[in-house]
Design a protein around this ligand. Structure first.
Ligand code: ADP
Length: 269
């Protein structure tokens, strides 16, 4: 905000070059502010469960010492919170790894339908347990695209997990893959993998910010379901690293579709 005011006052007093310098600084300030926000978010995300756990430990030492039922309940909560913190740290590590690699290390080749079938096989049980019918289309064959297998597994795991977590009550999970002859944004042929649910959907106002780190539509619910708020940020960075696109179509009450669009061949750019 301070930078904006400076810029607004500048043009009449100083030349064009000075304005550009101030704009540069404001970009740097923005980056610095984002870093500070990120550290504040991470601290908060870790501190909240830690504070709760310290509280439970004190209660277990004192008032709940001889109450077996309370002890079991508190230990369950502590285990859940510890597991979530563990996931948070893992997600932070993957995020920083992906960000460091973005556009640097060359990609190998992956068989995309085979990879999708593998991800589905590991998640099918969870879907069935949640009473969700899984429908697949276009993932039976074999198709090689430039990609990092571990990272792409993470992308589809995160998207399918979300579809079950937030869209599971719709009873449906659709996974489809199709070729796009010419994807304008990628300026060439591409493969699109769509993960669709028929759950509650997402209101339009949230869509532009959904892939920001720690952005959640309902923070309480995300935490209660063990979410870290980093899943889609990781997806976005991995897709960027593949020079692909992430498309989100959703409307409140109508379910969501997350489409990962990957270039068919490595670009020279
Ligand atoms: P997390 O699930 O850990 O909170 P994500 O980055 O994976 O974090 O998702 C961010 C938010 O986007 C979620 O908290 C949820 O509000 C919303 N969201 C993601 N996927 C879906 C979906 N399929 N349907 C509805 N909301 C979703």
């Amino acid at each position: 905000i301070a930078a904006d005011i400076t810029v607004a006052r500048l043009p009449s007093a100083l030349g064009r070059g000075a304005t550009v310098a101030v704009l540069d600084r404001s970009v740097a300030e923005e980056a610095e502010q984002m870093r500070r926000d990120f550290v504040a978010n991470v601290s908060h995300e870790l501190k909240t469960p830690l504070t709760a756990m310290i509280g439970f430990i004190e209660t277990l030492r004192g008032p709940a010492r001889d109450d077996a039922r309370a002890r079991d309940r508190f230990l369950d909560i502590m285990e859940r919170e510890a597991a979530r913190m563990n996931r948070l740290v893992s997600d932070l590590l993957s995020l920083s790894r992906v960000q460091a690699e973005e556009r640097r290390r060359p990609l190998g080749q992956v068989d995309l339908p085979l990879l999708l079938r593998g991800v589905l096989a590991t998640m099918d049980q969870g879907a069935r347990a949640a009473g969700v019918a899984v429908e697949t289309r276009g993932i039976a064959g074999s198709q090689r695209v430039p990609g990092d297998p571990d990272q792409l597994v993470q992308v589809f795991q995160n998207l399918i997990e979300n579809a079950l977590k937030y869209g599971g009550q719709g009873g449906y999970l659709g996974i489809s893959m199709r070729r796009i002859d010419h994807e304008p944004l990628l300026r060439g042929p591409a493969w699109a993998v769509e993960i669709r649910d028929r759950g509650e959907g997402i209101e339009g106002m949230h869509l532009p910010r959904l892939t920001e780190r720690f952005y959640r539509v309902d923070a309480h619910r995300s935490r209660a379901q063990g979410g870290t708020g980093l899943g889609l940020a990781i997806v976005k960075h991995i897709v960027n690293r593949h020079r692909g696109r992430l498309r989100i179509d959703s409307a409140r009450g109508q379910g969501s579709a997350f489409t990962v669009i990957l270039p068919e061949s490595a670009s020279r750019g």
